[in-house]
Structure formats: C-alpha cells, structure tokens
Design a protein around this ligand. Structure first.
Ligand SMILES: Nc1ncnc2c1ncn2[C@@H]1O[C@H](COP(=O)(O)OP(=O)(O)OP(=O)(O)O)[C@@H](O)[C@H]1O
Ligand SMILES: [Mg+2]
Length: 375
C-alpha cells in the first residue's frame, strides 16, 4: 500500500496535489476545469407523505474544493445527516445533482456505487463499531469486504492503527476503549480503503472536550498528510472554528450563510449563525457582570488580524476623549489566527462616542451596539 504507509506528516503542509486522480472509481472521469471536488445542486429531500410529509432539504447548493475541511453546522433536525447521507447515497434525494470528483453520484449503478462508497470514508457520532470484534478486527472489516489478501490486511491495519495512535490497542474490544479511542478506531476504519474524501457526521458530539480536541487535531493532521477532502457535519461552533476552512450554516433544510470560517464567525449575518457564534462567546464566561449598570454606550467589538496586537483602547482614549470599561475580553483562534471579542461600556459625550466608533470601524473592527440585558 504505497499511499498510507509512505505518507510523512509535515507540519504546515498544504494539499496541492493533482486534481482528483487518486479516486479509482472517479479516476477515469474527465473533470471540467474549475469544477469543485464536491458539487451539490438544488438538492431536495422529502420524508413521509400526506400529513406526515416533511421537506427536509429544500434546495441545497454547495461547492467543496479538493483538500479543504468544509463544515456544515446546524441545530438538531436541520437536515445535516440527511445531506451527508445523500452525498454517499445512503439516502436517495428527490431531486438535484451531486458530483464527486466530477462523477455524477446519483446516476451510479449498484456496482460503481459500492466502489464509490468505499472511497468515501465515513465516521459517526456513535462510532458504529462491531462490539464482537477487536480494534484490529474493526479496521480489517472493510478490507476483508474488499477482498484484500490477509498479509496485506495485516500490514494496512497495523499502519492505520499506528497512524491514529492505537497500535497498542489492536487486540482490545470496543468495551475496553474510551470514547476518544473508539472514534480513533472509527477513523482508521474509515481510511482503510484509502479514500480521498472523509465524511464526518457529529464525530465528536459524544466526546468530552479533551477527547474532542484530540480527534479534531487527528482529523486535521490526517487531512494534511493524506491530502483528504473533509466534509464535517456538526452542531458545535467550536468544531468549526477549530479545524474548518469554510462553513455553511444549514437552517431548516436551507443553507442560509456560507463562507470562510473567519469571515462568518467575525461577521455573522443570519440569526441562525449569530446563535452559534454567541454560543462560543458565552462559553468564555457571562457577557455582563451581575447587576452591572451601564454608564455609557454598550458596545461589542470583534476584530482579527494585526489590530489584535495593537493598543486599541489606549489609542481610543487618547484620540477621542472617551473612557472604556472592559466588561469582557476574549481572544480565540480560528485555524491558528487570533480573533478578539470585547464587550465595552464606552463613556463620553455623544459626539466623541460617534467619532470613537468611526475610528474603530476604520480599523476594520466590527462594532455592534448592545443592550444591557443582552447577556
Ligand atoms: N428516515 C427518515 N424518515 C423520516 N424522517 C426522517 C428520516 N431521517 C430524518 N428524518 C427527519 O428529517 C429531519 C432532519 O433529520 P436529520 O437527521 O437530517 O437532522 P440533523 O440535522 O442531522 O439532526 P441531529 O443534529 O439531531 O442529528 C428530522 O426532522 C428527522 O426527523
Ligand atoms: Mg444528524
């Protein structure tokens, strides 16, 4: 297996390999130039009929580039799992078009569909491991189905377990593994057939924060090393800000917002997106100290890039005759880039408050007026 075993992990390595050639079922396709690795067009899905009829996907359009980690976030019932299940055709959509590596997924016949699925690794919230098999046996399973000879299976499984940090757990059954370890087995199994696409449906939702962090780091490392394209479904904004390049917000079966994670996070437009961003900000502590009575104008600032390391508040006070009470300040990292949020009570004459706000906006700081009960 030249692929997995010979891969070396280099920090900071980006995926810039040839477009789509490694997928065998997709390899023979003539890919139109400029075409994305995954395209979803006008995808719809209805469950039930009559009074039970429910439109779960209402015309989804998405383009996911080769080598990116693309996140789809949405609340429970938004249609996330249905969307990912349509992409590997575990679910049949009612209308629309899906291509992976230029190949029309919805027109694949049984044999090609089976091969295509093998090339789309998938990991799940509940791990879906076979309890009667060891970690080794679980990772070996898809290779046995694919008909690989035993020595090849052994070589590949041990390499995969090593890659996810579980070489010493090969003989352990799932009941003897922690949640994080079970998901590592799930990831090794998903990568067994050397897919170029990894689909992740809430892979960290049943894990504690520390294991979540470990799994996200592992996915990010494997994505770089194996040049994977990752489509990751979640309801947790922390997962998105942790490893995704771009994000789409799915709300009641529609994509309501989409873009680079940093842009969407720093300047959310839609109520659904604002809710997710709020969740991350609140996890840094309560927005306002109990019983706080504002003395001036309450503002929330969000900023990124160079301005994060500038003496912003000193400059503001010196240049615009205002004083700032800092009620909350937080610096998060989005794919390694610092991003700051501050909640201020800005005190001064209305004219000075106006010029201070203009000054901040001019520096690229997003300024939002909020009311005292916004906590
Ligand atoms: N096989 C099915 N038959 C009928 N309804 C279904 C089926 N699968 C999903 N649904 C319904 O479709 C809607 C979307 O479900 P889906 O599982 O895609 O949501 P989700 O965003 O993944 O939610 P969660 O975060 O809870 O996993 C839900 O109302 C669900 O009840
Ligand atoms: Mg789901």
């Amino acid at each position: 297996m030249p692929g997995l075993i010979s891969q070396t992990l280099k920090a900071g390595e980006r995926c810039q390999e040839p477009r789509f050639p490694a997928l065998s079922i997709f390899r023979a396709r003539k890919v139109e130039s400029g075409m994305s690795f995954i395209t979803v067009e006008s995808l719809t899905k209805v469950f039930g009929s009559g009074s039970e009829r429910q439109r779960v996907l209402k015309g989804i359009d998405l383009s996911i580039e080769e080598g990116e980690i693309f996140g789809v976030i949405g609340v429970s019932g938004a249609g996330k799992s249905t969307l990912i299940r349509c992409i590997n055709r575990l679910e049949a959509p009612d209308s629309g078009r899906i291509t992976v590596a230029g190949r029309d997924i919805l027109s694949l016949r049984e044999n090609d569909l089976r091969k295509a699925r093998m090339e789309m690794g998938m990991i799940f919230q509940s791990f879906n491991l076979l309890s009667s098999r060891t970690a080794y046996g679980n990772v070996a399973f898809p290779l046995e189905v694919a008909g690989l000879p035993k020595p090849k299976i052994r070589e590949r499984v041990m390499s995969l377990l090593d890659m996810v940090g579980l070489a010493d757990k090969a003989d352990s059954h799932p009941s003897k593994l922690s949640g994080g370890q079970m998901q590592r087995v799930g990831i090794a199994r998903a990568l067994a057939n050397e897919p170029k696409l990894l689909l992740s449906d809430e892979a960290t939702s049943s894990l504690d924060p520390q294991s979540t962090q470990g799994i996200l780091e592992l996915i990010a490392r494997l994505q770089k090393a194996l040049k994977l394209t990752v489509l990751l479904i979640t309801h947790e904004m922390k997962v998105i800000t942790g490893i995704c390049d771009r994000v789409a917000v799915l709300d009641q079966g529609r994509i309501v917002e989409e873009g680079r994670v940093l842009d969407v996070f720093t300047d959310p437009k839609e109520p659904a997106t604002k809710g997710f961003v709020e969740e991350v900000l609140k996890s840094g502590g309560p927005m306002l100290p109990d019983g706080y009575k504002p003395k001036g104008r309450m503002l929330r600032l969000r900023f990124q890039g160079e301005v994060v390391s500038e003496p912003l508040l000193s400059d503001l006070a010196a240049l615009h005759s205002v004083k700032a009470v800092i009620l909350q300040a937080q610096v998060d990292r989005i794919k390694g880039e610092p991003f700051a949020t501050m909640l201020l009570d800005l005190i001064g004459e209305p004219r000075d408050l106006g010029s201070a706000t203009d000054y901040l906006t001019g520096l690229g700081v997003r300024v939002e007026g909020i009311t005292a009960h916004a906590s």
